[in-house]
Design a protein around this ligand. Structure first.
Ligand SMILES: *[C@@H]1O[C@H](CO)[C@@H](O)[C@H](O)[C@H]1NC(C)=O
Ligand SMILES: *[C@@H]1O[C@H](CO)[C@@H](O)[C@H](O)[C@H]1NC(C)=O
Ligand SMILES: *[C@@H]1O[C@H](CO)[C@@H](O)[C@H](O)[C@H]1NC(C)=O
Ligand SMILES: *[C@@H]1O[C@H](CO)[C@@H](O)[C@H](O)[C@H]1NC(C)=O
Ligand SMILES: *[C@@H]1O[C@H](CO)[C@@H](O)[C@H](O)[C@H]1NC(C)=O
Length: 441
């Protein structure tokens, strides 16, 4: 008999913790002091909060709480942060999740409000990400807001980016809801403001990242035909970013759609346009150029001083057909990492992102800009169970909504992106501290 997937991760965690205590004790004090000084000063004050794991987890009677011992996690993750790749790991059960629901959070987009539309199961909410060599603490909204106090963060990209932003708003909702400071009524360009923290959260809709227009609302596959100006900035966002401290860039799924590729205002090819004379390219052709142009736009903004975070794309999980031919996502459990690998187009898209990221990072570095990866692809590849499927709308609703195996139910696995994001911001604090204590020259 196989060991059930629920049991295995617990064993692994426990062993790692026990070993960890012996190995790490020497550097622990040092790290703790550094951390306390930099960013975590406020944290211990807030731990006794509702639904948060308490620091005296040894008195707890569940195994998960021992694993979730927040002080240990904080230390662990920062102690071996140079060695541990937090983006490689497994999903392990987390009975404490979710941390909000559709009644406590109003920010959930209709089509991702799976509870509302009758999704009967809730197990898909009850997992957390366990990196192979360390622990990733569950999101602490107080800590996050403390770090982003007086700062601003913008999401640029598509509806999966919006999905992430709404998840973040819900994860923060235990502390505070933002007020709407949008300058337009356009839902695609939202400005949210956290009054007590002077923190701005914004979203800029740009699913292709570059200048684009719909040439034909129907097109060869009835999903539109788009003109993509692969070498032109989309000024709707590129002119707006100067004052942001963090940009989270994402794009992916829209590049499946038929498109005419323009460079220098001339058609250089297309993706599945079905026009005789025009060369058909794989989607990575447009994707690569679009990402390159978007990152070039960021590097070219002289006033921009922020950190650019590329959120790698999240694979979709249609099975038994394409998205428009009956494909669906009916699995009810995450994959283990040995059950599925990133391959084919998914791998190509991922590598394209990484290559363009590295390229832009090098260029940006020369003028002091920071680039970071929010490398969510592998974690999300393992979550075929977290999509709305048909629970993104009423069953009898007259809409052309197919089974949605692209977006993520809220609450759901995408909430983990906030864990990753907070980790990234904490690492930033640590890096700056290291730079200060080892000044160059
Ligand atoms: C904790 O795990 C051990 C084995 O690892 C098991 O025997 C015990 O029943 C678990 N306790 C709880 C409360 O789940
Ligand atoms: C939340 O989900 C429940 C079902 O679990 C549903 O009855 C209710 O209408 C939903 N509420 C909102 C505000 O979405
Ligand atoms: C709020 O944050 C902005 C930067 O995002 C800063 O310029 C401003 O001074 C802050 N306001 C207050 C009242 O601290
Ligand atoms: C195909 O290309 C040729 C030469 O470039 C041009 O003369 C012709 O009009 C094009 N045909 C179509 C259908 O665009
Ligand atoms: C659904 O909408 C389409 C056009 O919008 C209409 O032709 C069709 O009759 C509608 N079907 C139902 C069941 O309402």
């Amino acid at each position: 008999m196989k060991v059930t997937s629920d049991e295995l991760p617990y064993e692994k965690n426990k062993n790692q913790q026990q070993q960890g205590i012996t190995f790490r004790s020497t550097s622990r004090t040092l790290i703790l002091v550094t951390l306390t000084l930099i960013i975590l000063t406020v944290v211990p004050l807030y731990y006794p909060l509702h639904r948060y794991p308490t620091t005296n987890a040894s008195t707890s009677d569940t195994n998960i709480s021992q694993v979730d011992h927040p002080q240990d996690e904080v230390i662990t993750i920062n102690d071996n942060h140079h060695k541990c790749d937090v983006f490689s790991g497994e999903w392990v059960p987390n009975p404490d999740a979710p941390y909000y629901d559709n009644m406590t959070c109003w920010a959930i987009h209709e089509h991702q409000n799976c509870q509302k539309y009758g999704r009967p199961d809730s197990d898909f909410m009850k997992w957390r990400w366990k990196p192979d060599g360390c622990d990733l603490p569950i999101f602490n909204p107080y800590q996050f807001l403390e770090i982003v106090r007086d700062k601003s963060l913008a999401f640029v990209g598509d509806s999966v980016g919006r999905n992430q932003m709404q998840s973040l708003i819900c994860m923060l909702s235990r502390v505070e809801y933002p007020i709407d400071k949008s300058e337009t009524k356009d839902e695609n360009f939202k400005h949210w403001y956290y009054v007590s923290y002077n923190f701005t959260l914004a979203t800029y809709w740009s699913p292709f990242l570059v200048k684009a227009e719909e040439a034909n609302a129907d097109g060869p596959t009835h999903t539109g035909l788009f003109n993509l100006y692969l070498d032109e900035f989309n000024e709707k966002w590129t002119t707006q970013i100067d004052d942001f401290n963090y940009l989270i860039i994402n794009a992916g799924h829209w590049f499946w759609r038929p498109a005419l590729y323009y460079v220098n205002r001339e058609v250089v090819g297309c993706r599945f346009c079905q026009i005789q004379n025009i060369t058909d390219y794989p989607m990575t052709f447009g994707y690569r150029k679009a990402i390159r142009t978007a990152l070039k736009a960021i590097n070219s903004r002289e006033k921009f001083k922020g950190i650019t975070i590329l959120r790698t794309f999240a694979p979709m999980h249609f099975e038994g057909g394409e998205w428009n031919s009956g494909g669906n996502c009916l699995r009810r459990k995450p994959f283990k990492s040995n059950e599925i690998t990133l391959e084919g187009v998914n791998l190509e898209l991922y590598m394209t992102q990484i290559e363009e990221f590295r390229r832009a990072e090098k260029i940006g570095k020369a003028r002091g800009l920071k680039y970071r990866l929010l490398d969510t692809t592998q974690a999300m590849l393992l979550r075929p169970d977290g999509h709305p499927s048909r629970y993104g709308h009423w069953p009898n609703e007259n809409v052309t909504l197919y089974n949605d195996c692209v977006h993520w139910c809220l609450p759901g696995p995408i909430d983990t992106w906030s864990d990753f994001l907070l980790h990234t911001l904490k690492m930033e604090g640590l890096r700056s501290a290291e730079e200060r204590s080892h000044p160059r020259g």
